[in-house]
Design a protein around this ligand. Structure first.
Ligand code: GLA
Length: 736
């Protein structure tokens, strides 16, 4: 019998003959470092055979004989059903079963990517499901998603519609996931997988990473290790409600399902309609969780993040400096200050708009995006002119998906808000905030117009901070018909994506930040339209180490807004010296969130130096490979990480003391990712010590730095009045 093997890694199809035990059409889908193998016999169930490190065609030929349980690759509900399934629907006639079998396999190319599609069709009903896999020759990440098409005469109702499923063999598998709350986002949690179902989900509708993240890592060799062991990283790329399920069954096998959260979201699909699920991105690593992170960062920069390969500007955002107290002189003053400190961009935050309902606080004005001439008599153009005088770019804050009940927009169009018939809406922020119903094309047009009007009138706007400070809390669409109310969450996201598509088609170059009360929109599903996210409203340097650490598992430094703010910090009231604040902020996309007038001369000088030095290391931080060295979550008294340029000729090393205990011996941190054979010269950045460090200007081999490392002094050598319990170091390593 023939064993046909189709390998996506080969340009032509490879046909192997001679195997005598089975007939199978095995599909091998390769990334740079991994293979996924499926068995796709026509008329049979699509089977998952393998996901792991890259394997040879010969291994694929004999993979079934290697033993082990085999599961369906996209489990459907109804016939010999697994306890958990990826897809379920109610047919037009009420039948609740699916029986999907392979109909065909096809391949296509799209912008340098290979897309392999397995088409499944139901044995009785005209329903087809395309299971897609997208890979790139130079990436370790693959994306999988499905397209569900109904050709029945009457609508079918989708009750579950996952993007993908992955069986993970029994063993000592651990889960890394990310949870938190406002101001405390992306806390790392590590736990072994045990019997039962673990569900991580969002039901917020808008700010979907505010509490729990849609990304997880599975460590297959026990407790997660930064550098060693086999790891699968998985990110559901979706900005709305999501659900990740891990079911550990009676054989201790783990079944991972990821997709849009189906709760309160049954979706009707009319004849001829197709439902496309968002992508589930998967990365395989045999270099621990760190390897998976680096793969996600590279793939994200190259294929997901807007302008992922363009350096980001150093900015000052007005929020924590003046809050709602916007006025022309204040803005001009901030621009002058950021320019003097070497910054490149000024962003005017909330408070600049509203005529009948001036935005003096958070209880009114959203929806009325007209400049408040009392505060800004010269208008936006006046500010842009001022920015030009200071040789900085200009950016502006908007929250286009939202409205206050105290606004002219709401007075004219109460029918545009998310709200159920017969209900008085419950309000969010400011006790007046409401969501606009993005499922409504008229609302989509309004949101497009907000950006289009600003950008047409003021084409020099360089940056938009796009905020979203409310979840969908009133279920109900005044636009969707009664039998489609369940579409609200999904159609909201579709409407938003459509609008963002229009905005990006017309304004491809403007930088847009995704902010959602801080880190509420940290997800690869939203980032194709955005250049970065506001990592957290919490700008406290110490807590930021924890937040950014968790965020760094899936997201690169270039996307992580990281700002120097005031002391005491406005969120934690902690007083942290400027040196430490700059040293933390410099590990992400550096910016400022402060009233420069309140800074001391020393603080200003330190910040100026930091900005100047950040510009030097910017390519390494924003495009380099991340190596996490000492986790703050291990509570060893310090935390450390580094970025290494792809050529390994430059690296930036960060070390932050995280607590001050007398005579506690802090770990010496060995470096990672360097070239063992290169010799690196060490230079301290942001230095405040009277004497240079003992290793300043000295050279060491990459081998030495990675095996032994440099010992960081526990305190700074500074004048008595500058002494504190805070200590941090940034080192720049350059190879000769
Ligand atoms: C949200 C954002 C802040 C700021 C305010 C403005 O809270 O997260 O950064 O923009 O809105 O109202």
């Amino acid at each position: 019998m023939n064993l046909r093997l189709i390998s996506l890694s080969l340009s032509a199809l490879t046909f192997c003959t001679g195997a005598h035990y089975t007939y199978a059409e095995n599909i091998k889908i390769d990334t740079q470092n991994s293979s996924l193998v499926l068995q796709a016999d026509k008329g049979k169930k699509l089977k998952h055979l393998y996901y792991g490190g890259k394997i040879s065609n010969e291994d694929v030929n004999n993979i079934r004989q290697a033993g082990g349980k085999i599961f369906n690759a996209y489990p459907d509900y109804g016939m010999l059903t697994m306890p958990e399934t990826a897809l379920a629907m109610i047919h037009g006639d009420g039948n609740m079963t699916l029986d999907l079998v392979v109909d065909g396999v096809s391949t296509r190319k799209e912008n340098g990517a290979d897309i392999r599609t397995v088409t499944l069709k139901d044995t009785q009903y005209p329903v087809t499901v395309k299971v897609n896999y997208k890979t790139w020759p130079n990436e370790n990440v693959m994306e999988t998603w499905t397209e569900i098409t109904n050709n029945e005469k009457s609508p079918v109702t989708l009750t579950r519609f996952d993007s993908g499923y992955l069986p993970i063999r029994n063993g000592n598998v651990w889960l890394s996931s990310f949870h938190g709350n406002w101001g405390n986002e992306a806390r790392l949690t590590e736990e072994p997988l045990t019997r039962g179902i673990k569900v991580i989900k969002s039901h917020e509708g808008v700010r979907n990473s505010r509490y729990d993240h849609a990304e997880v890592m599975f460590s297959l060799d026990g407790k997660p290790d930064e550098n060693n062991g086999r790891v699968i990283g998985a990110a559901l790329c979706y900005g709305g409600n999501y659900k990740l399920r891990i079911d550990t069954d009676e054989t201790d096998s783990h079944h991972f399902f990821a997709g849009i959260n189906e709760e309160n979201s049954q979706y009707k699909l009319g004849k001829g309609e197709t439902f496309t699920t968002p992508a589930l991105a998967l990365a395989w690593s045999d270099e621990g969780v760190g390897g998976a992170s680096r793969s996600f960062h590279k793939w994200g920069r190259n294929h997901r993040l807007a302008h992922g390969n363009t350096p980001r500007k150093v900015l000052l955002n007005s929020w924590e400096g003046v809050y709602f107290d916007i006025n022309e002189q204040g803005m001009a003053n901030m621009m002058k200050n950021i320019a003097q400190m070497g910054g490149e961009l000024f962003v005017m935050d909330d408070g600049w708009f509203g005529v009948k309902y001036p935005r003096n606080n958070d209880s009114q004005g959203l929806g009325d995006w007209i400049v408040d001439a009392k505060k800004l008599p010269g208008g936006i153009q006046g500010l842009i002119n001022e920015a030009k005088k200071n040789n900085v770019s200009f950016g502006i804050w908007i929250e286009p998906e939202m409205v206050n009940s105290r606004s002219e927009l709401y007075e004219k169009h109460p029918e545009y808000i998310v709200n159920a018939d017969k209900r008085n809406p419950k309000f969010g922020r400011g006790k007046t905030q409401l969501n606009l119903d993005m499922s409504n094309p008229k609302v989509q047009e309004i949101v497009f117009q907000i950006v289009d009007t600003l950008m047409t009138k003021y084409p020099e706007i360089d940056y938009i901070k796009w905020d979203a400070n409310m979840d969908i809390e009133n279920h109900g669409s005044q636009y969707l018909p009664a039998d489609r109310q369940g579409h609200l969450y999904i159609d909201y996201m579709k409407g938003l994506e459509k609008t963002l598509d229009r905005i990006r088609a017309k304004y491809p170059d403007v930088t847009i930040q995704a902010c959602a009360s801080g880190g509420g929109r940290v997800n690869w599903g939203i980032l194709p339209w955005f250049d970065e996210f506001w990592t957290s409203d919490n700008t406290d340097a110490l807590q930021r180490i924890y937040i950014q650490w968790g965020t760094s598992y899936f997201f690169p430094a270039i996307a992580m807004g990281s700002h120097i703010s005031a002391a005491p910090n406005h969120q934690t009231r902690r007083t942290v010296p400027i040196k430490y604040r700059t040293d933390v902020a410099m590990s992400g996309r550096l910016g400022m969130e402060i009233q420069p007038d309140d800074m001391t001369e020393t603080e200003k000088a330190q910040t100026k130096k930091a900005i100047e030095q950040y510009k030097e290391i910017r390519p390494v931080v924003q495009f380099g490979d991340l190596y996490r060295l000492l986790s703050p979550y291990d509570e060893k008294g310090a935390a450390s990480l580094m970025y290494v340029a792809p050529e390994k000729d430059k690296a930036v090393y960060y070390w932050w003391k995280t607590r001050a205990h007398r005579n506690e011996i802090l770990p010496r941190v060995a470096m990672k990712g360097l070239d063992p054979n290169k010799t690196y010269t060490v230079r301290e950045l942001n230095r405040i010590d009277r004497k240079p460090l003992s290793f300043e200007g000295k050279s060491y081999s990459g081998k030495f730095l990675m095996e032994r490392g440099l010992e960081m002094p526990v305190n700074h050598d500074v004048e008595k009045e500058m002494q504190s319990d805070w200590s941090s170091r940034v080192l720049y390593l350059e190879a000769k």
